[in-house]
Structures are given as structure tokens and as C-alpha cells.
Design a binder for this molecule. Structure first.
Ligand code: AHM
Ligand code: MG
Length: 341
């Protein structure tokens, strides 16, 4: 008999426990989920709680920090420290790594952007949280070296999109991508999407980028975007300006998301540890392509990059094979060696 009450709720914790025997990993994902529930509450109550606007600080990358950025960051740091399973945390909002006091220290190292899409906070447009998890190297007590490793070392990555619904998407290294919606009536993330994959036929023809930067792009990127607009089956443009929302739509509907390097930002805008690696792992495990486009003389896979510092940046070209191929074709026309997809 159908009922609005579920007597067998497939919660996130239950799912994680079914996937791993590592109890510390279960505790870690629980702490991440709790932080995201706290952030949900802050985002949803931002107006009444007077949380719009600037905090008066500038973050590690030189961006103005919003009050919600600071609060979300504190929520994540506190939850992760007290989980007892982390030794080092790096956040987009902190210049320096956060070393967990010995009394709480554990084996995981976590990188996160607590509230991605800051420019959208004050007008209630979707924002998100992004995280990636690493294990300490053998013998290490937890240092930035444990995080300054290629994406191949990332053991788990996820994001949460705070939107008309709140959805957490995550994957373990080498595994499927799963989605969980926050059911506010029980305060739990519930398993709603099994094995998320890019649409097999490429899906909707959507390109997503900040075209305000077009004059600074290299010729192949300009030509690819021109192709998207003039192709026999033209693409449509969608750009939220919150990476989490744009990537979530790209996985579900198809298309391509670009934040390329350009003449004024040679490494692009997005951060490798907080945005590039976690999103690349999710995109690839959902059947998509996560490329840098032209970066430091060649086209690279984001997951092959090794950050040289915790706030290192990287260009991003992520999407379905059909659409990333369009970008590669333009590079090939300019004589660049492109990987085969
Ligand atoms: P943030 O972490 O400071 O919010 O910056 C990251 C955001 C991404 O979510 C988004 O894709 C991009 O910056 C948008 O940048 P722009 O405003 O230059 O288009
Ligand atoms: Mg941010």
C-alpha cells in the first residue's frame, strides 16, 4: 500500500555502511553530511538571520568573503575536527591548512570549498559545497604533502547543491556516482539517484561558460563556442555561475561546462583541490570527460594534475564526450596534439 511514510528509508549512512567496512570512513561521511545540513539551514535562513553581505575579510584567493562563506566554513571545520577521523583540513576560505589537534586526529585529509558560488548567495541562486578526501601517507601524522598529490590519490569526492531541493552527490574512487536528496521531514539524506551517468546519447546540447571572458580566451575555445552557437543542431546556453549547479545540470542533462585558462588568468579561476579534482572524479565516474583544455603547453586530464600548493588553480573543460570532442577538434585544427576520447 502506498504511503507518504517510508518504513525502510535508504539513508546516506545506510548506503555508506553497505559500501565500506571502514568505520572511520562512515564517521567521516556522517560528519560531512551533518555540516551540509547545518549549511542548508544557514542558506535557507540567510535572510531572516541577517546573513547576507560581506564578512569584511578577503579569502586565500583574494575574493571577498561573505558572512555565509565564513559561517559555512566554521561549520565544516568544527564538524570535521570533532569527527575524530581527520588530521588535516584545507579550505578555500583558509590561507593556511588546519591541523587537527592530536586529541582528535585521525587518518583522513579533507579539502573543501564550503560554499561555492559566493556571488549567488545574496540573491538566493543555487550555491554548493564541494569536498574531496585523501588518506595520510604511511608514516605521516598529517601534513599538506598528504594532499599535494594527483587526483589518483583521492579516495572519495562529493558535492551538495543547495537549491529548490538539497542534493548530495558523491562517489568513492573507482565506484558509481550516487545522489541523495535531503528529506527535511526526517533531516536525512535519502538515496534518490542510483549510478548517475551522463546521458548515453550525449543528452541536451548545452554549453555553459562565462562568455564575458570570451575576448581573453585562446582561439580554439572561441571557435568551439562559436561552433556551439552556429552548429546545424545549435546548442543552448545555460550558466548559473555556481559550479556545483552547472556541473549537476551537465551530468543530468548533458552538455559541457568550461572555465578555461585565458590571457588574464593563465591557470583559470577554479581551484584544483577544492573544485577541479573532486568534480573531475565525479564527472569521469559518471562517464564524462574532465580536461584542462590547453594548460601549461598541453591538454591534460584534470585528475593527472598534482597541486604544487593547496590553493593551486586549473582550467576546466568538463562534459560529455560528444561536446568535449568539439573543443578538442578546434585545438587539433590549430595543430595541437589532442588525446583521443
Ligand atoms: P567561489 O568559490 O569564490 O564561489 O568561485 C567559484 C565560482 C564557481 O562556482 C563558478 O563556476 C565560477 O566561480 C563563476 O565565476 P565567474 O563569476 O567568473 O563566472
Ligand atoms: Mg567558494
Amino acid at each position: 500500500m502506498s504511503s507518504k511514510f517510508d518504513s525502510n528509508a535508504a539513508t546516506l549512512s545506510r548506503f555508506v555502511m553497505s559500501q565500506t567496512n571502514d568505520h572511520d570512513l562512515v564517521i567521516l561521511l556522517n560528519a560531512l553530511a551533518i555540516s551540509c545540513k547545518l549549511i542548508t539551514s544557514a542558506v535557507q535562513r540567510a535572510g531572516v538571520a541577517k546573513l547576507y553581505g560581506l564578512a569584511g575579510e578577503v579569502n586565500s584567493t583574494g575574493d571577498d568573503q561573505k558572512k555565509l562563506d565564513v559561517l559555512s566554513n566554521d561549520m565544516m571545520i568544527n564538524a570535521l575536527i570533532h569527527s575524530g577521523v581527520c588530521s588535516i583540513l584545507v579550505s578555500e576560505e583558509n590561507e593556511e591548512p588546519i591541523v587537527v589537534p592530536p586529541a582528535y586526529s585521525g587518518k583522513f585529509c579533507v579539502a573543501f570549498d564550503p560554499l561555492d558560488g559566493s556571488s549567488n548567495i545574496d540573491c538566493n541562486v543555487s550555491v554548493g559545497t564541494i569536498f574531496s578526501v585523501y588518506e595520510r601517507k604511511p608514516g605521516s601524522h598529517g601534513s599538506v604533502d598528504d594532499l599535494l598529490r594527483s587526483g589518483a590519490h583521492c579516495i572519495c569526492a562529493g558535492y551538495v547543491v543547495y537549491s529548490s531541493a538539497v542534493e548530495l552527490v558523491f562517489t568513492f574512487r573507482g565506484g558509481d556516482v550516487h545522489g541523495f536528496c535531503l528529506d527535511s521531514t526526517i533531516g536525512e539524506f535519502v538515496h534518490t539517484r542510483e549510478k548517475m551517468m551522463f546521458p548515453a546519447d550525449g543528452g541536451k546540447r548545452i554549453y555553459s561558460c562565462n562568455e564575458g571572458n570570451a575576448v581573453h580566451w585562446d582561439a580554439p575555445i572561441q571557435e568551439a563556442v562559436e561552433y556551439f552557437k552556429t552548429a546545424e543542431q545549435p546548442y543552448t546556453a545555460r550558466y548559473v555561475g555556481s559550479m556545483v549547479a552547472d556541473i549537476h545540470r551537465t551530468i543530468l542533462y548533458g552538455g559541457i561546462y568550461l572555465y578555461p585558462a585565458d590571457a588574464k588568468a593563465k591557470k583559470g579561476k577554479l581551484r584544483l583541490l577544492y573544485e577541479g579534482i573532486p568534480m573531475a572524479m565525479i564527472i569521469e565516474q559518471a562517464g564524462g570527460i574532465a580536461s584542462t583544455g590547453m594548460f601549461e603547453g598541453k591538454i591534460q586530464r584534470v585528475l593527472d594534475l598534482t597541486p604544487n600548493e593547496i590553493h593551486a588553480k586549473c582550467p576546466i573543460i568538463m562534459g560529455g564526450k560528444r561536446d568535449v570532442q568539439v573543443v578538442y577538434d578546434q585545438y587539433a585544427k590549430h595543430g595541437v596534439n589532442v588525446p583521443s576520447l
